[in-house]
Design a protein around this ligand. Sequence first.
Ligand SMILES: Nc1ncnc2c1ncn2[C@@H]1O[C@H](COP(=O)(O)OP(=O)(O)OP(=O)(O)O)[C@@H](O)[C@H]1O
Length: 251
Amino acid sequence: MQTPLPPARLPGTDPEIAIADASLAYGAHRVLDGLSLSVAAGEIYALLGGNGAGKSTTLSALLGFVRVDGGSVRVGGIDPAADPDAARRRIAYLPENVALYEHLSAVENADYLLALSGTPRSRGDITDALTAAGLQDRAFDQRLGGFSKGMRQKVAIAVALLREVPVLLLDEPTSGLDPRATADFNALLHAVRARGTAVLMVTHDLLSAADVADRIGFLERGRIVDEVAAEGEARFDVRALHDRFSGTGAA
Ligand SMILES: Nc1ncnc2c1ncn2[C@@H]1O[C@H](COP(=O)(O)OP(=O)(O)OP(=O)(O)O)[C@@H](O)[C@H]1O
């Protein structure tokens, strides 16, 4: 039986991602310490921070791999630690290096992953989504073995689009991408946002964050110490952002 798609949410309703005063310690090491952030449908939030600031731990909490010991974490109103399956049905997660099946083609990977997630789709739907994600036709039936990181991300985003999940989590999506691939990826994120997806991206890349994000939060020692929102056409002044965050480990 096909797993029902999560209900769509209208922009302006409760945020898809809501973290409130969350804390988490590994033994005596406090990694999240009063973290609060929210991401609405149709919004891209870039979470910047230096090494060890707690960015990946935040994603792990949203995916239900770790449980916060104070505060709350919600994905579409669901506590991922209490019901990880329900939370993960709402989420597409792209780790820094997207894991796909090397011996399968792009279409076969999408076909298999969609079947696994209970949302099987036709070849036509899959090739349409791969095209929308910017993959060249000639790559559709090639094995993943020779794909670049950018091409792998396109396959993973196509799967996410076809799953119609309301939340996209990205871990360092532009690290290791050349400027052209970064620009392609950023354009793709704009398209994902236009579909009403809530996107949380953790990154060291201030330039890419400034290019795509609606809000940028700077994470330091497990809490947001500064947050800025894009303003009109000018979006962000990258130099001002750099000056604001310099000395804190960003960029
Ligand atoms: N399973 C774990 N057990 C113990 N300590 C951990 C565990 N996972 C992460 N940590 C520690 O928690 C801190 C935050 O790690 P996290 O991976 O969330 O940081 P990050 O901001 O993603 O860093 P980076 O940019 O280097 O990936 C680090 O000091 C890390 O060593």
